[in-house]
Design a protein around this ligand. Structure first.
Ligand SMILES: C[S@@+](CC[C@H](N)C(=O)[O-])C[C@H]1O[C@@H](n2cnc3c(N)ncnc32)[C@H](O)[C@@H]1O
Length: 217
């Protein structure tokens, strides 16, 4: 069987008990190097398993090999956070290679961001620019029609949050904005307006979430 196992957004205590138990059951564990190394750091007993490090270059070949192995053994493929949040391209690759698989959930960075700002999923619109065809935050801001806050995964670059702000500023400059960096790891929060974010000095982490709230602007 092939499992796609969410491992939480950083802090190992955000990994579900089901995720830990599934990893213990698997004979083979695969994942991006940064994710796999983080899991091994907190669960060194998993180091005895067959480990497969995925990269952008080898992922299609390795996923085909993992699919073949999963016919006879239990194989776990790791996903950062929860696999149902902004990992659709990765899941499509796995589906192409393996057909069916089971998802094992953990906490997503989205849950932590909402909790930090006191927001509910029903009151926000989620936009992911962390994809090869990124979604457009300006289109989402217009759709939200000032009734929902926007929760945005910016492009994973140091200036990603500033790019988001520049896209929104012509129509939504006065809205409140936050950048939540390295949730559950370093937990830094930048606060200001969209306009101020366009000028924010310094570089943000690749692990950042931008929240924009125009409801009282
Ligand atoms: C490809 S998406 C995967 C998200 C993951 N499936 C989840 O549930 O969190 C990666 C993006 O999630 C956001 N992210 C993930 N972990 C984060 C964290 N600890 N702090 C802030 N943002 C995070 C960043 O925007 C990052 O570029």
């Amino acid at each position: 069987m092939l499992y796609v196992v969410g491992v939480g957004p950083g802090d190992p205590e955000h990994m579900s008990i089901k995720a830990v138990k599934t990893l213990e059951r698997c004979d083979v564990i695969a994942g991006w190097r940064s994710v796999l190394e983080r899991v091994l750091q907190h669960h060194p007993q998993l180091g005895v398993k067959e480990l497969v490090f995925l990269s952008y270059k080898n992922q299609d070949d390795e996923l085909r090999r993992l699919a073949e192995k999963s016919k006879r053994r239990d194989v776990c493929v790791l996903a950062h956070g929860d696999p149902t949040v902004s990992d659709w391209e990765f899941l499509e690759r796995i589906r192409e290679a393996a057909g069916d698989f089971a998802i094992v959930h953990s906490v997503s960075s989205i849950n932590v961001a909402l909790g930090k700002l006191g927001l509910d999923l029903a009151h926000v619109l989620f936009v992911s620019m962390h994809a090869s065809s990124p979604q457009d935050p300006l289109e989402a801001a217009r759709l939200a029609a000032r009734k929902r806050a926007l929760v945005i995964f910016p492009p994973p670059r140091p200036d990603g949050p500033v790019e988001v702000a520049k896209r929104l500023a012509p129509e939504f400059a006065k809205c409140r904005a936050w950048v939540l960096e390295e949730l559950t790891i370093a937990d830094r929060i930048w606060r200001g307006t969209v306009e101020e974010l366009t000028n924010a000095e310094g570089h943000f982490s690749d692990l950042s979430i931008v929240v924009v709230d125009c409801r009282d602007a």
